[in-house]
Design a protein around this ligand. Structure first.
Ligand code: C2E
Ligand code: MG
Ligand code: MG
Ligand code: MG
Length: 282
């Protein structure tokens, strides 16, 4: 088909596409071995209770330290992993790492936390995930409520019946379920009734503009009200300002997460953060 556009054009496009495809392919090849070569890490970002600022849980966020490029953003490598299917074994690895970390924190005497990890649509497409979660939880003695999976709105819309059953199976294992980036996906809210969801995470775009933009503030308030009416916990992500935290707390938002409290950090940094915060709590 490209030939029909003329020889020169066809060559031009072929070269451009080849270069991009090769760069992607090369990155994918490196990403494929990143886990076994110790280049993948989970960083942990605190979620605090709005009421008293105490540590409610943490979100695990993947980090790839590339041998030459250094830190690669998840915005770059997660889509690559999703397109290639690599997200499935990579996501299994994340589940295992999260459960192992929960056990380490328990061994260190920390009170039980809710540790959330992000899930991609592909991971929910087979029954493998349920086995992986069950095995990892059992191996590390993870208790009900200690592992939370963050889903996106589109994941509960697509292929609804099969997904519904898988989410029920996960919940039966004691996993809690949160909708991430809430408010940015499909506008149908009907799924909130049908799916066994525990929590809504207000997308940080609303939180970010809330103080300046009455519409974003109204949306944020409406999500908190909707969540509570449905018996769900509501988390605000991307909280950067104390004034945002105040508004959210007054509105009854349950948990706050954002740079105001801490950036995502390695487990040892989190321990130091927690130590430094402890006196303020008691
Ligand atoms: P997300 O799950 O919505 O994670 C929150 C993102 O917001 C994180 O970006 C976090 O660093 C950032 N963030 C937190 N607080 C603030 C704040 O106060 N201000 C601003 N501007 N940003 C804040 P990160 O770590 O770059 O991750 C980006 C996305 O990559 C995540 O969005 C998630 O969708 C995806 N991701 C990360 N790790 C995983 C993973 O293990 N599996 C899957 N499937 N996706 C992942
Ligand atoms: Mg998330
Ligand atoms: Mg997300
Ligand atoms: Mg989010």
């Amino acid at each position: 088909q490209a030939k029909a556009n003329g020889k020169d054009n066809a060559q031009f496009f072929t070269v451009g596409m080849t270069e991009r495809a090769q760069a992607r392919l090369q990155m994918l090849g490196q990403l494929r071995h990143a886990a076994e070569q110790g280049q993948l890490h989970l960083h942990w970002q605190p979620r605090v209770r709005a009421r008293d600022g105490s540590l409610a849980g943490v979100e695990g966020l993947l980090r790839w330290v590339h041998p030459e490029m250094g830190q690669v953003s998840p915005a770059q490598f997660i889509p690559l992993a999703e397109d290639s299917g690599l997200i499935v074994p990579m996501g299994d690895w994340v589940v295992e790492q999260a459960c192992a970390q929960i056990a380490r924190w328990r061994d260190a005497g920390w009170p039980s936390l809710s540790v959330s990890i992000n899930l991609s649509a592909r991971q929910l497409q087979g029954d493998e995930l349920i086995d992986v979660v069950r095995d990892s939880m059992a191996r590390h003695g993870v208790l009900p409520g200690e592992l939370e999976l963050e889903l996106t709105e589109s994941m509960v819309m697509v292929d609804a019946e099969a997904n519904l059953q898988r989410l029920h199976a996960l919940r039966a294992l004691g996993v809690t379920l949160a909708i991430d980036d809430f408010g940015t996906g499909y506008s149908s809210l009907a799924y909130l009734n049908r799916f066994p969801i525990d929590k809504l995470k207000i997308d940080r775009s609303f939180v970010h503009d809330m103080l300046d933009d009455p519409t974003d503030r109204a949306i944020t308030m409406a999500i908190i009200g909707l969540g509570h009416t449905l018996g769900l916990k509501v988390v605000a992500e991307g909280v950067e300002l104390a004034s945002e935290a105040t508004v959210l707390r007054d509105a009854g938002c349950d948990e706050l997460q954002g740079f105001l409290y801490a950036r995502p950090m390695a487990a040892d940094e989190l321990a130091a953060w927690r130590e430094a915060r402890q006196p303020a709590l008691s």
